[in-house]
Structures are given as C-alpha cells and as structure tokens.
Design a protein around this ligand. Sequence first.
Ligand code: HEC
Ligand code: HEC
Ligand code: HEC
Ligand code: HEC
Ligand code: HEC
Length: 184
Amino acid sequence: MKRFYIIFAVVFIGLAFGYWVNWGVPAVKQPIQFPHKTHIAQGIPCTGCHQRAEKDLVAGRPPTALCLACHASGDSKSAEISKLKAFGDKGQDIPWQRVWRLPSHVFFSHRVHVSNAKLACQSCHGPMETLERPPARPLKTLAMEDCIACHTKSQANAVRKIDMARSGNFSAQRLANDCAGCHR
Ligand code: HEC
Ligand code: HEC
Ligand code: HEC
Ligand code: HEC
Ligand code: HEC
C-alpha cells in the first residue's frame, strides 16, 4: 500500500510539473494546417523546404511559390489548399508563426550545426516527420544545459578522435562552451 502511495505521488507530481512547464507557453496556431508527415513521405528532404538551414543562421520557411509548384493545379476540395491558393493569388507569403525561439541574448546558427557538425534536424527538433498538423509547441525544448550537454559530449568525442589520429586540427574541433560563444 505504501508503494502505491509513492507511485501515485510520483505520477501526480510529474503531471503537475508537466502542466506547470506548459503553462507559460502559449499554443501557436498556424494559418494553414500543414502536415509534415505527408510531405516528408513524398521524399522531400528537410532542407528542400528549409533551404537556408545549411548556409544561414536561420532555417527559414518555403516561399508560397514552392508550395504552389505542387498545389496550383487540380481542384482540391481541401479548405487548407484553398487558403494556400488565396495567399498565392495575393502574392503573399504565408504568415507562419515561430514555435522554436531563443531569447534574443542567445546567438544560434543553423549553418554551424547542420553543415559543420552534420547534426540531424531531429536531434534538436524531435520527430517532425510524424506530424499531421503544425506543432503548437516545440516537440523538444533547448534549455541552456541541453546546449552545453551536447557541446561537452561533442568536445569529448572530438578530443578522442584527435587522440586516435594523433594529429588533426585542434582549432577546427574546438567547441566553445564559454559564455561569450552563445551570449554575444
Ligand atoms: C514541403 C515543405 C517542408 C518540408 C519537406 C519540411 N518542412 Fe518543416 N515546415 C514547413 C512549413 C510550411 C512550416 C510552418 C508550418 C508548421 O509549423 O508546420 C514548417 C515548420 C517547421 C518547424 C517549426 C519552426 C518554427 O519554430 O516555427 C520545424 C522545426 C521544422 N519545420 C522542421 C522540419 C524538419 C526537421 C523537416 C524534415 C524532417 C522538415 N521540417 C521538412 C515546411 C516543410
Ligand atoms: C512536392 C510536391 C509538394 C509540395 C512542394 C508541397 N506539397 Fe502539400 N501536399 C503534397 C501532396 C502529394 C499532398 C497529399 C495529397 C493531397 O492531399 O493533395 C499534400 C498535402 C498537403 C496538405 C493537406 C491537404 C488536405 O487534405 O487538407 C496541405 C495543407 C498542404 N499540402 C500544404 C502545403 C504547403 C503549405 C506547402 C508549402 C510549404 C506544400 N504543401 C508543398 C505535395 C506537395
Ligand atoms: C543544434 C540544434 C538544432 C539543429 C540541429 C537544427 N535546429 Fe532548427 N532551431 C534550433 C533552435 C535553437 C531554433 C530557434 C532559434 C532562434 O530562436 O534563434 C531553431 C529554429 C528553427 C526554425 C524556425 C526559425 C528559423 O530559423 O527559420 C526552423 C524552420 C528550423 N529550426 C528548422 C530546422 C531544420 C530543417 C533543421 C535541419 C536541417 C534544423 N532546424 C536543425 C535548433 C536546431
Ligand atoms: C546535439 C548537439 C548540439 C546541440 C543540442 C547544440 N549544439 Fe551547438 N554545436 C554542436 C557542435 C558539434 C558544434 C561544433 C560545430 C563545428 O564543428 O564547427 C557546435 C557549435 C556551436 C557554436 C559555435 C561555437 C564556435 O565558437 O565555433 C555555437 C555558438 C553553438 N553551437 C550554440 C548552440 C546553442 C545556443 C545551442 C542550444 C540552443 C546549441 N548550440 C545546441 C552541437 C550541438
Ligand atoms: C552552448 C550555449 C550556451 C553557453 C555556452 C552558455 N549559455 Fe547561457 N543560455 C543559453 C541558452 C540557450 C539560454 C536560454 C535558455 C532558455 O530560454 O531556456 C541561456 C540563458 C542564460 C541566462 C538567462 C537565464 C534566464 O533565466 O533567462 C543567463 C543569465 C545565462 N544564460 C548565463 C550564462 C553564463 C554566465 C554562461 C557561462 C558560464 C553561459 N550562459 C553559457 C546558452 C548558453
């Protein structure tokens, strides 16, 4: 019986904490119910739509014209596709809202992580390919200790690699965990 109370307490505290964590984060509502799953199943790579991720600080969203390349023709009965075409007719970008956002005092570059470190998008964004509608909240949050945890691990790997090769370019492998690296 005692064990039951302990399990109950743990579950309850867990739920309460989860609720509290979500409390301050307002759910994002997107203008079009875009399904990632359907599109990734078409074989479009993440960077096919988020084209800036490999060379820029931000990943970006696809221009309306890219969506219309597939959706302009044919008369779909979908209300979502009608909305998409309406933005296209007005020559407008779709006003997508940001879901993942760091405070302005943190510097972050997609290029460094995607092109240099060759990390999968999912390591920071979670399983986007499973979504049938836009995420209302980040699937995965990145607090300061998450950034630092991966940097520490990567640094350990880099040092190990250098140890094995007994050569290598140290400065290229250097991973800043100093405050100024992220707070510029
Ligand atoms: C066909 C184009 C397309 C493809 C392919 C695509 N995305 Fe997206 N992505 C979008 C659009 C449109 C949005 C904005 C609507 C939404 O949030 O679903 C978006 C939003 C996102 C966001 C939320 C950004 C934010 O903070 O608002 C992330 C993260 C993301 N995509 C990651 C990925 C990853 C990872 C992949 C590959 C597994 C991928 N996307 C493939 C079009 C695409
Ligand atoms: C490579 C072709 C391709 C591109 C590019 C593309 N889509 Fe699609 N999209 C599809 C296919 C295929 C389907 C699934 C079949 C269907 O419902 O028409 C689909 C389905 C959808 C749906 C669900 C339709 C429904 O039934 O409600 C939405 C919404 C949508 N796309 C929006 C977008 C948006 C927004 C973009 C640009 C960010 C985009 N698509 C880019 C091919 C594409
Ligand atoms: C190392 C972690 C990490 C990786 C890897 C990563 N992202 Fe991000 N992403 C972030 C963070 C953090 C933000 C919020 C950045 C900010 O607010 O300045 C973000 C924001 C975004 C956004 C919304 C804002 C923008 O930049 O346009 C999109 C879309 C996005 N990421 C897509 C992707 C895609 C696609 C990939 C893979 C090609 C990817 N990300 C890889 C951490 C990552
Ligand atoms: C999953 C692992 C991972 C996560 C999570 C991650 N990073 Fe990184 N980050 C790396 C790696 C690996 C590098 C080194 C890339 C290279 O080889 O240049 C790097 C490099 C950087 C650099 C450049 C350092 C320099 O001076 O060259 C900055 C700044 C940075 N990350 C910020 C962040 C921030 C901010 C976050 C959290 C929002 C974050 N990173 C999350 C793996 C990660
Ligand atoms: C790898 C990147 C990284 C490094 C290194 C880093 N930070 Fe941060 N820091 C972040 C991110 C990301 C946030 C925002 C976290 C969030 O919004 O949850 C943050 C937030 C903060 C905040 C604000 C906390 C708050 O409640 O808003 C302070 C203060 C801070 N960092 C100080 C430091 C100091 C001091 C150091 C050096 C010892 C440091 N940081 C090193 C990424 C980093």
